[in-house]
Design a protein around this ligand. Structure first.
Ligand code: HMH
Length: 235
């Protein structure tokens, strides 16, 4: 039944050029909301966050971002091999460059919060998420699927942190920079560029690949929720 529904949808999208990724956000709205309006994010927005949660998140996200770099590199390789639009490479390369800044930012932020980045060990949810990334790096994963995951991963942070900035009055001063990092308009534009690439690839993809990409989108959201949950410190 699932299959039939996807097939019908795929044909519909192909004929009237509806934005596929946008339709998935609507279709999976409940899980999308759980990922982008998580209690961790809401506690930053309303200023009730405790520093221990933030420190756990900071240390774990540094580990995650280091694993994310080779994943993005694998998407870049796929773009070179499979994309019909050379500007994809520029956008992905820009993303890699900003990950370089991000790693430097994590190091500075960690020293400010007295979080040791070298002794932190990845927690279960982080390990699960990183091994999912590793599977997506395989050369058997199509570019359309990998770029969908890339878009979804970046978008969860963009939507979450820009939500915090909508009313920044209660954000603790020491967290404003974090919200700004992922909530700024440049990062939003970059996420839209990734979304446009994903939609362009999906429009041309077979029904099987579209179904696979949708599944990957949902799995990213599940991992993101578990990742935020980790900050509560209940292992
Ligand atoms: C867990 N998801 C996680 N960490 C990040 N830094 C991003 C997404 C965005 O880069």
């Amino acid at each position: 039944m699932e299959w039939e529904a996807s097939e019908v949808e795929a044909e519909k999208f192909k004929s009237n050029k509806t934005n596929i990724t946008e339709s998935w956000v609507k279709k999976h709205t409940s899980i999308y909301k759980q990922a982008t309006r998580h209690p961790f994010i809401l506690s930053i927005k309303d200023g009730t966050i405790d520093s221990s949660s933030f420190k756990i998140w900071l240390g774990q996200d540094y580990i995650y971002v280091r694993a994310f770099v080779p994943f993005v590199a694998s998407v870049l390789v796929k773009a070179c091999e499979e994309s019909d639009d050379s500007s994809d490479m520029d956008i992905i390369l820009g993303g890699m460059a900003s990950l370089n800044d991000e790693i430097a930012w994590f190091k500075e932020e960690a020293s400010r919060w007295e979080v040791s980045l070298t002794s932190d060990i990845p927690q279960r949810a982080n390990l699960m998420y990183c091994s999912f990334l590793k599977r997506l790096m395989s050369s058997e994963i199509e570019y359309a699927v990998a770029i969908t995951a890339f878009w979804a991963i970046e978008t969860v942070y963009q939507v979450s942190f820009s939500h915090c900035l909508e009313d920044r009055s209660k954000i603790p001063d020491e967290l404003k920079d974090t919200c700004q990092r992922w909530g700024n308009s440049g990062f939003s534009q970059y996420c839209h560029s990734l979304q446009n690439i994903a939609d362009r690839c999906l429009e041309k993809a077979s029904i099987d690949i579209i179904a696979k990409a949708e599944q990957v989108f949902v799995t990213v959201l599940e991992h993101e929720i578990e990742f935020w949950n980790m900050s509560k410190g209940e292992i």
